[in-house]
Design a protein around this ligand. Structure first.
Ligand SMILES: NC(=O)c1ccc[n+]([C@@H]2O[C@H](COP(=O)([O-])OP(=O)(O)OC[C@H]3O[C@@H](n4cnc5c(N)ncnc54)[C@H](O)[C@@H]3O)[C@@H](O)[C@H]2O)c1
Length: 258
C-alpha cells in the first residue's frame, strides 16, 4: 500500500479515541500522514503517540477522555473544535479488551460487565453525540466504529466483549439511518484477532492456541497486524467511501463472508 492509495485528508480533523497505543495509534499515524489534523483521545497518556506524529510534522493534540462519561466526551469535542476549528471524522476505537481476560461466562465479574458496556457501547454513543453538531456544521462527516469479528463469529470466553461489539454494529446501523440526512456516514470496521499488546494481555499463555484456531477458520492463512486493518479505516474516513454508510467491513482474512 502506498501513501497515494487514498484521497488525501488535508484540511480534515479526525478524532481517534483509544489512541494511546495499539490500533488507535496506527489509525492516528496513517490518517495524519494523509494530511489530517489529529486529536489523540484516551483515558491514558497519549504522549508517546503524540511524539510519533509530531516527529513526522503531523498537526496533533492529546486529550484525556473517559468515553464512558458524557461530559468528558463533550470536553473532548470542544477541545478539538477550539484547536482545529472543525471535526470531520470520529474513530470510535476506545474499548475494554485487554482487561477483560479470557473468562467463562459464569465467572464474569458483574462490575466488569457493566464497565464493558459503559466503555464499549455507551462510549460510542457519547462520542457520536459529542461530535454531531460540529459534523453537521462541517456539512457532513464520517463516524467509524471499531467492532470485532467477536460479534459475528460469537467469541467464546468473552461474552461481555462479544455482546458489546454486537451492540456497536447495531448502533452503526441505527445511527447511519438517523444522521444520513446531514451527510454524516456511520460504518463499522470489524477486525479479526490483531496482534497488539492488548491481545497478548487478553489471551496471556493461550495466545498461540487462539491465533492457531482463528487462522484455521480464515481463507487467508495469516495473523493480522495493525497495518492490515488501517486501510479499511482510511477508506471509510475519506471521500472514496462517500456513498457507503451503515456497513460493517470485516477485516478478518475471510472468516465471515457477508
Ligand atoms: N486487537 C484485536 O485483536 C482486536 C480485534 C478486533 C477489534 N479490536 C478493537 O480494536 C480497538 C483497539 O484494540 P487494541 O488491541 O489496540 O487495544 P488497546 O487496549 O491497546 O487499545 C484500547 C485503548 O482504549 C483506551 N481506553 C480504554 N478505556 C477507555 C475509556 N473509558 N476512555 C478512553 N479511552 C479508553 C485504552 O487506554 C487503550 O489505549 C478496540 O476497540 C478493540 O475492541 C481489537
Amino acid at each position: 500500500m502506498t501513501d497515494q492509495t487514498y484521497t488525501p485528508m488535508t484540511g480534515k480533523t479526525v478524532i481517534i479515541t483509544g489512541a494511546a497505543r495499539g490500533l488507535g495509534r496506527e489509525y492516528a499515524l496513517q490518517l495524519g500522514r494523509r494530511g489530517a489534523s489529529v486529536v489523540l483521545a484516551d483515558l491514558n497518556d497519549c504522549a508517546e503517540s503524540e511524539a510519533l506524529l509530531t516527529a513526522e510534522g503531523i498537526a496533533c493534540m492529546s486529550v484525556k477522555v473517559d468515553v464512558a462519561d458524557e461530559n468528558s466526551t463533550k470536553a473532548m469535542a470542544a477541545a478539538a473544535v477550539e484547536r482545529f476549528g472543525r471535526i470531520d471524522v470520529l474513530v470510535n476505537n476506545a474499548a475494554l479488551w485487554a482487561d477483560l481476560k479470557n473468562t467463562p461466562f459464569t465467572d464474569i465479574d458483574p462490575g466488569l460487565w457493566d464497565r464493558c458496556m459503559a466503555v464499549n457501547v455507551k462510549g460510542v454513543w457519547n462520542c457520536s453525540k459529542a461530535v454531531f453538531a460540529a459534523m453537521r456544521e462541517a456539512g457532513g462527516g464520517s463516524i467509524i466504529n471499531i467492532a470485532s469479528l467477536a460479534a459475528t463469529y460469537g467469541m467464546p470466553y468473552a461474552l461481555h466483549y462479544t455482546a458489546s461489539k454486537a451492540a456497536v454494529i447495531g448502533i452503526t446501523r441505527g445511527l447511519a439511518r438517523e444522521v444520513g440526512r446531514h451527510w454524516i456516514r456511520v460504518n463499522s470496521v470489524a477486525p479479526s484477532l490483531v496482534l497488539t499488546e492488548a491481545t497478548s494481555q487478553f489471551f496471556d499463555d493461550k495466545l498461540d492456541k487462539a491465533t492457531d484456531a482463528i487462522k484455521a477458520g480464515q481463507s487467508l492463512k495469516g495473523n493480522l497486524t495493525p497495518q492490515d486493518v488501517v486501510g479499511a479505516v482510511l477508506f471509510l474516513a475519506g471521500e472514496d467511501s462517500r456513498f457507503v454508510t451503515g456497513q460493517t467491513l470485516m477485516v478478518d482474512g475471510g472468516t465471515t463472508l457477508l
